[in-house]
Design a protein around this ligand. Structure first.
Ligand SMILES: Cc1cc2nc3c(=O)[nH]c(=O)nc-3n(C[C@H](O)[C@H](O)[C@H](O)COP(=O)(O)O)c2cc1C
Length: 208
């Protein structure tokens, strides 16, 4: 089949977000200007540069009150955010943290997600997350919208200034992915978690 975005595809559900899978989930923590912590998952998230490391998350649509999503507002106004790796064990809290909580309500407190202080930025980290990146917002891009009524699409880039890896997540000096079971988003209502890996010989200058 072939279809053009925005035109009928003839399928019962939009296939688009099943076409780029699995997507890692950036569980993004931020702080608002009043000092309230915020936590939300973003599957339009990735590491986009190795050296020095840069991550991005992309916010589509609006907060429940019609404004810009808290994660974007906070990362832009305070200049900081933390990427927390989402895992199978945290899947429920991760999903629930996507609810549109009122501004001023901390998802950490509402969902009893334990935190740890960060070292170089003010937003706190998810205590049970095996990997956390402390980030300084470096660039915020608004994607052009296709009409006056269309929702905002904002991409937030951050320089990674500090990296935490939990001791339990390391085995013989290697991050133990099958033990961590990172959570990833598929299309429709589906998620997956990575519970197996296989090696392939590197071609050229593979980063190891
Ligand atoms: C697994 C998962 C992935 C999500 N990925 C995105 C995403 O990439 N971009 C986005 O705008 N919303 C995404 N959402 C929805 C946001 O998490 C949701 O709008 C949330 O309320 C935003 O919170 P905030 O206003 O505190 O930033 C996702 C939800 C879930 C459950």
């Amino acid at each position: 089949m072939f279809y053009k975005p925005g035109e009928p595809h003839g399928l019962p559900h939009n296939p688009l977000i099943s076409c780029v899978v699995p997507r890692p989930i950036g569980w993004i923590s931020t702080l608002d200007t009043q000092g309230v912590s915020n936590l939300a998952p973003f599957s339009l998230f990735n590491l986009v540069r190795y050296d020095p490391p840069v991550v991005m998350f992309s916010a589509n649509g609006r907060h429940g009150d019609g404004g810009i999503k808290d994660s974007v507002v906070n990362a832009r106004t305070t200049g900081e955010f933390v990427y927390n790796m989402a895992t199978w064990d945290a899947r429920q809290a991760c999903n629930e943290s996507s609810a549109s909580f009122d501004r001023g309500v901390s998802e950490f407190e509402a969902l009893n997600v334990e935190t740890l202080p960060s070292k170089l930025v003010r937003p706190r980290r998810v205590k049970n997350s095996p990997v956390q990146f402390e980030c300084k917002t470096s660039l915020v891009i608004e994607l052009p919208s296709s009409g006056p009524a269309s929702a905002p699409n904002t991409i937030v880039f951050g320089d990674v200034v500090g990296i935490h890896i939990a001791d339990w997540a390391l085995k013989d000096g290697i991050i133990d992915i099958p033990a961590i079971r990172p959570l990833a988003r598929m299309g429709y209502l589906d998620f997956t978690s990575v519970d197996s890996v296989f090696p392939m010989p590197p071609i050229g200058a593979a980063k190891v």
